[in-house]
Design a protein around this ligand. Structure first.
Ligand code: C5P
Length: 277
């Protein structure tokens, strides 16, 4: 079995406070986009991972952790296209796809809540990728409300080429930068608007200021996308990848060429969850 592990962007990301467990409470509108890793699984007793980026094939790869969590072996082959530690959820998407491939290949018939529980153990962004498409994510990341797919949009992803640790960005975040309150974060940004699927909401990302302090190159990426004519420019997740919305495909391709970025489009749920043999 094989599938594509699509990247995500955070159209909005509001951190509302720190939790007793050390994680942060957040609310985020997440969207899968067309940049994707390729992952396949062949059933074997031994557990192995081959990856075209050898330094990502270590024991701590989330694909291997997913297999260990479900107590299964298999020969995984992973081709990376999503930059690692880029704020695009690449590793998390790989992990969610690994769980789904294991479930189907070994006919485990896991209930959705069992898959979600396993996903949440692997990382805060992993539960989102079990639903994919457009979804509202809350809590630490484990509360996922799938929304109707937003209309297709084109965008450009621009990565400064440096990894940025999510943990470091959260550490750098100051309490005075938190969004006012969970209720305000949900309602103020118009959860109703997102549900209507009419348009993308105005961009907001609480993690942008701390990420910029740690990685000033993000500012340059923002400026390049703006100068090239992207309509809305925002950091994705904890960065350092920045995305800019485009007016359509030709606009996205032009902006990508001008900035050295990658043109991509929103990927709807059904396409994002497709598997093939
Ligand atoms: O869950 P994950 O391992 O992907 O998170 C990486 C790091 O990001 C955590 O160790 C934590 O420091 C931070 N984080 C957070 N609050 C979240 C998600 C992640 O503080 N909701």
């Amino acid at each position: 079995m094989r599938g594509l592990a699509y990247a995500k962007i955070n159209l909005t990301l509001e951190v509302t406070g720190k939790r007793p467990d050390g994680y942060h409470e957040l609310i985020s509108l997440m969207q899968t986009v067309s940049l994707a890793d390729e992952l396949s699984l062949q059933p074997t007793e031994a557990l192995t991972l081959e990856c075209d980026v050898p330094e990502l094939a270590g024991d701590d790869n989330l694909v291997l952790k997913a297999a260990r969590l479900l107590g299964r072996g298999g020969r995984f082959v992973l081709r990376k296209h999503i930059p690692a530690a880029g704020g695009l959820g690449g590793g998390s998407s790989d992990a969610a796809l690994a769980l789904r491939l294991l479930d189907v290949t070994y006919e485990l018939r896991l209930k959705p809540e069992q898959l979600l529980e396993a996903a949440a153990k692997l990382g805060s962004d992993v539960p989102f990728f079990l639903h994919a498409g457009t979804a509202l994510v809350a809590g630490r990341g484990e509360r996922v409300t799938p929304l109707p797919d937003l209309p297709p949009h084109w965008l450009v992803l621009l990565n400064p080429g440096l990894p940025l640790s999510t943990a470091r960005v959260f550490q750098e975040l100051r309490p005075e930068e938190y969004s006012p309150s969970p209720a305000a974060a949900g309602e103020g940004r118009g959860e109703g608007t997102w549900r209507s699927g009419n348009d993308v909401p105005s961009p907001v990302n609480t993690l942008e200021a701390p990420a910029l302090r740690l990685e000033p190159a993000i500012g340059g990426c923002r400026a390049r996308l703006r100068a090239a004519g992207a309509s809305q420019v925002l950091l994705s997740g904890s960065g350092p990848t920045v995305f800019g919305l485009a007016a359509g495909e030709s606009d996205a391709r032009r902006i990508a060429e001008q900035t050295g970025g990658i043109a991509a489009r929103f990927v709807a749920r059904e396409q994002a969850l497709a598997l093939s043999s």
